[in-house]
Design a protein around this ligand. Structure first.
Ligand SMILES: [Zn+2]
Length: 460
């Protein structure tokens, strides 16, 4: 980059959270020490302020001192940010990427992650590799959060489910509030719906049938039993019929864990894939038998669509429009999914990017590119040089410590020799004895000196 500035006002960003453990290497003190040393080595860097978020996760950017630092950037008080490594800035690679690739450059802020070799003002292969490192940082968060999620779901499997309102067709056992028993009236409606579906009725035909024959809707039924208060007359809807047809509670199953937190990054809940529900069979009496249920669901001619939410697109929420920067939307088209800019689709004045890309192509290309980049990194002379340098430095350290060891031995031998000489002077030992011992020690010393000479040669 050409916009290098002469003097940098540096914001030092320090962060520590529980997920990092108590490791001394991540301690605030240690982070500060590393960054201070770095600043001291560069004459053009002045520390403006420290921004410390102690006890805040890197999974998101809702951290008071991070916000304070960003506002100091916006007010042009700092033009450089240093962290010990990338993970200190954040572990969410979408948002971290946003700051490093968009926000900091927009404000002409230089960002350095010392131990990861990231410096957005220097062209370096480490910068190209940065997104991959961020993904790895994020994985750390994901792993911690997965463990918590798993243990929660395990608890659900053990415990008995006491739902707040019983599903349509059932009521709570007055003897045991945690148990469902068949409700004579509404269970007939449920049976009717399955029967019609098995006989080839479409969802809309079922809705019409129920309306014409004055079947009571789930909401109205709850109102009658004083469980819910609805104002207007309720009518049968396709969605309620579908929900009933898809609910395995009628098979006597108890389904738990239908929703879970969308991710460790957010507090929103999403519906879990059906196949991942926790299912306890024979928890109560069935209204529908397995065969009927299977007929309704496995026969294509009935047209009950499977859960399309099962599709997972790896790049969803990760791809942005190159023109306007908004997230691209995913739309199902025949057997594939198309990706395009909604801004353009809704009003082409908002964004001129009218590309529609087949998602599968995009994913293939992305993986191809990642693979190439990874290969490039591994083969790059910079990576090799660094590896080579590390090995050499290691070896030198080893040799140097050997040398020190030998030098210590030599000085101890010299000491012994001078002792021996003193003994001879005070005639504690005779000439012959002295000569023998002296010869021995002096030969040993020569041998050591020889080894040291060899080492010095090697070091050169
Ligand atoms: Zn756009």
């Amino acid at each position: 980059m050409s916009n290098k500035q002469l003097i940098y006002n540096v914001g030092m960003y320090l962060r520590l959270s529980k997920e990092d453990g108590d490791g001394e290497s991540e301690s605030i003190t240690n982070q500060r020490k590393i960054i201070r040393e770095y600043i001291d080595k560069h004459y053009n860097m002045n520390l403006y302020d420290e921004y410390i978020d102690d006890g805040y996760s890197g999974a998101n950017f809702n951290r008071p001192n991070f916000r304070r630092m960003i506002s100091d950037v916006e007010n042009k008080k700092i033009n450089m940010i240093i962290t010990k490594n990338l993970a200190r800035l954040g572990r969410d690679y979408i948002d971290t990427g946003y700051y490093i690739e968009k926000f900091f450059p927009d404000y002409n802020v230089r960002y350095i992650a010392i131990l990861d070799d990231v410096d957005n003002f220097v062209d370096s292969i480490s910068n190209d590799f940065m997104p991959i490192k961020s993904v790895i940082n994020e994985k750390h968060c994901k792993d911690t959060s997965m463990a918590v999620k798993k243990s929660k779901r395990r608890k659900m499997k053990d415990g008995f489910y006491a739902c707040t309102t019983p599903p349509f067709g059932y009521k709570k056992d007055p003897e045991n509030q945690g148990k469902l028993i068949i409700d004579e009236v509404s269970s007939k409606t449920v049976k009717k719906i399955f029967e019609l579906k098995e006989n080839g009725y479409t969802i809309n035909q079922i809705v019409d049938y129920l309306e014409e024959n004055n079947y009571i809707t789930p909401a109205e039924y709850m109102k009658i039993r004083g469980l819910e208060n609805i104002e207007n007359k309720d009518i049968w809807k396709a969605s309620s019929v579908k929900r009933i047809l898809c609910n395995k509670v009628y098979l006597g199953y108890c389904l738990r864990g239908k929703t879970q937190k969308i991710s460790y990054k957010s507090n929103n809940r999403i519906y879990v894939k059906r196949s991942d529900y926790i299912c306890i069979k024979d928890s109560h009496e069935a209204i529908i038998d397995e065969e009927t249920f299977a007929n309704v669901h496995n026969n294509r001619k009935y047209g009950l669509i499977g859960n399309t939410k099962d599709n997972v697109y790896l790049l969803k929420d990760l791809i942005y429009c190159g023109e306007c920067g908004k997230k691209l939307v995913f739309k199902k088209r025949r057997n594939d999914v198309e990706v395009y800019c909604r801004q353009n689709a809704e009003n082409n004045k908002l964004c001129s990017n009218n590309c529609k890309i087949k998602y599968s192509n995009l994913e293939n290309k992305t993986f191809f590119y990642l693979e190439e980049m990874y290969k490039m990194y591994l083969n790059s002379s910079e990576a090799k040089d660094k590896l080579y340098k590390d090995i050499i430095i290691d070896r030198i350290k080893n040799i140097e410590s050997n040398k020190k060891q030998l030098e210590r031995e030599i000085s101890s031998i010299s000491f012994k020799i001078s002792n021996l000489y003193n003994k001879r002077l005070s005639e504690e030992i005779d000439e012959k004895n002295y000569n023998e011992q002296y010869q021995e020690l002096s030969n040993y010393r020569k041998k050591l000196q020889c080894e040291i000479n060899n080492i010095e040669e090697k070091l050169r």
